[in-house]
Design a protein around this ligand. Structure first.
Ligand code: ZN
Length: 67
């Protein structure tokens, strides 16, 4: 069983994986927009982590990306 909130995060992740400039509503509370921050993994330069953070409530999720 997967919650609606989890589905919303997955959807947000898909949208932002394709276009990080897209404005995506906070999946938790729909109170703000997600900001995207990419952090390269120190051990593996072909991977990076994409942090999705709500600019209002601070809800966050991390996607592991490959270049
Ligand atoms: Zn929020």
């Amino acid at each position: 069983m997967i919650s609606e909130t989890s589905k919303a995060w997955i959807q947000a992740g898909k949208i932002l994986a394709e276009n990080p400039e897209t404005q995506v509503r906070c999946p938790e509370k729909a109170d703000g927009f997600l900001t995207v921050q990419d952090v390269t993994a120190p051990t593996d330069p072909t991977r990076f982590e994409r942090y999705l953070v709500c600019d209002v409530c601070g809800a966050r999720n991390i996607l592991l990306m490959r270049e």
